[in-house]
Design a protein. Sequence first.
Length: 451
Amino acid sequence: MEESRRKFIRQAALAGAGVLLAKNSWSAKSYKRIIGANDRVRVGVVGFSDRHRSSHIPSFMNHYKELNFEVVGVSDIWKRRREEGAAIWKEKMQNDVKAFRNNEELYDSKTVDAVFISTADFQHARHAIEAVKAGCDAYVEKPFAETMEDNRAALKAIKASKKIVQIGSQRRSGANYHAANEFIRSGKFGDIKMVELTWNVNQPGRWRRPELLGKLKQEDTDWKRFILNRPFEEFDPRKYLEFRLFWPYSSGLPGQWMSHQIDTVHWFSGLQHPRSVVANGGIYMWKDGRRNWDTITAVFDYGPANDPSTGFQVTFGSRMDNGDENPAEIYYSNGGELNLNTNKVSPKGGLKKNMAAAMNLPENLLPEMSLSEVEKVIASANTGGDKLTSNHVRNWMECIRSRKEPNAPVEAGYSHSIANMMTTASAHSGHKATFDEATQEVMVGGKVFKY
């Protein structure tokens, strides 16, 4: 155990120094050896959103000169945002950046090799399909999909295209998360028995855009293009700008926050989705016309589909009326816990000698270990970016050069979307949701859940 501990600490120190335990580790010298490294990669923006402005822009600016990338175009169906986006990028790139009225115009221009996709939640999968069919690599924000129809179609199109698609699950590019994954997969942690995920805020303005509602006019955008394959509703600036509050344009808390945290469960455990989900909650505080809950608790059963005798439980809790924006992820085994808030492994809660002796069992206590430097997600808006997203965007850019699989490939998005949709199905139906492997459908009461 002492040798294993020393080895783990050495690896964590490397991770803390910026050498991620990932598929790609780059230097300026290795970059220059890549064939075609002198060819500039031209990037387009699909959806000039708040997320793109606050996180994608600063992350891209950290790396674009070294890796020889540039932004050349912005596609947004709202005139205000496409013009604003093109002007901001023109100032940053110091070259011409064209504004496109829609994605068809962008791709028909044949001017882009890759795109950032940061449109409304329900649009991500469909816009990813458009991108790869146009021959572009893509960085696709989460949640990847909000219906299984979109999820399956996007997975199929991306796998067939061979394009580099990075899902915006940026924890997969964090040194501490790589150290946690290695420790759990090494067997030293023991079997996962419980995972507690929480994400609480106290922000009445979260996902609201009151200052823009009066500025969005139907004649300045394309409402039919916005709603894509969702049921037709009359134009509503709230659903357009505050889509995270309104099903079927977003699942809200599951798609926005749970998708990040449940992705680590899939990554660390090697499981693709839950066996079942039960969710409950409601709109308890912010009665402002929203459709999506402001409070939710979901309970997941994970384990092999063919062996119900083994597995573990995951809980996700989120509320928007009391909290300090400090997302928690704690993994428990019989020997202790792995806490991704403190980035420490500890024997806390493990099987102590006196308790074990009562049943003639050996004690089981994990050692105290560090998961290297702290790399927490900065989740609040207008932060100027965060380290995890910067690492994640860089990994995508590197993989466009190397054609290697990125840290968060399409399968990661497909899996977190299944968990999100199972949660949504349980929340909307009031019953347990399961997943049918044969049909790749979310089921409630033995029937395919209709969104």
